[in-house]
Each structure stands twice: as C-alpha cells, then as structure tokens.
Design a protein around this ligand. Structure first.
Ligand code: AMP
Ligand code: ZN
Length: 112
C-alpha cells in the first residue's frame, strides 16, 4: 500500500522521531503550525478516525497516554492541543490516522 505514514512507521522514509514503541510512533510535522507540532500515529494502518472499531481502538487510548507523556516531557504544563482531522470535510490530507500534538503557543477556537 502506498501510504506515506506506513512508510514512516516501518522506517522506509526517515523522519525526526520523538517517540516510538511497539504500536505507536511520534514525529515532527514537516510543516509545523506551532513551535511544537508532533504527529502521533498508530503503526497499524487505520485510514481515519471513521475506521476505528472495537478491534483496533485500544491503540487510540495508548496514543493519548503517549500525548500526556510528551506534554510532561516537553514541559507543556500550561496545556497543548490535540487535533484529529477526519475525512474530506474534516480536512484530512494523509489517509493514515494521526493526531496532531501542538504546543508552545495560545490556540484559538474553533480555528487557528
Ligand atoms: P492532515 O491534514 O490532518 O491529514 O495532516 C497531515 C499532516 O502531515 C500535515 O500537517 C503535513 O504537514 C504532515 N506531513 C505530510 N507528510 C509528512 C512527512 N513526510 N513527515 C512529517 N509530516 C508530514
Ligand atoms: Zn498507512
């Protein structure tokens, strides 16, 4: 399958890895929208949040554990933002489930 994040997960495409374990990898976004902009992805190919099922959802909880660890390790005690874009209307451009972990600035709501 021609999936750029699968290639990052299996090491075919190099990246600036910030965290890795058996089921998850986190790396810096190529086009950062904040001083800290990390993508956390399951190594397993799940196309989007719309493809989460009872069989594959455990990794989502694990991703949030990793996010909490990153927040602590990076000293973001004032907070951060975790974003998932799902599908066309959600603005998803890479069709492998990923969570944007962003910090180091104040974010607006609902955009920005
Ligand atoms: P989304 O629009 O939510 O699908 O986010 C996709 C993100 O992947 C964007 O923020 C891109 O900057 C980022 N991205 C695309 N290719 C790479 C890559 N090779 N390494 C790191 N980040 C990437
Ligand atoms: Zn993939």
């Amino acid at each position: 399958m021609d999936c750029i994040f699968c290639k990052i997960a299996n090491g075919e495409i190099p990246t600036t890895k910030v965290y890795e374990d058996d089921s998850v990898i986190a790396f810096n976004d190529l086009s950062p929208q904040a001083p800290i902009h990390i993508l956390i992805i399951p190594k397993e190919h799940i196309a989007s949040a719309a493809d989460v099922t009872a069989d594959n959802s455990a990794v989502i909880a694990h991703i949030f554990e990793v996010a909490a660890k990153l927040g602590k390790d990076l000293g973001l005690e004032n907070g951060y933002r975790i974003v998932n874009n799902c599908g066309e209307d959600g603005g998803q451009t890479v069709k492998h489930l990923h969570f944007h972990f962003m910090g180091g600035r104040q974010f607006g709501w609902p955009a920005g």
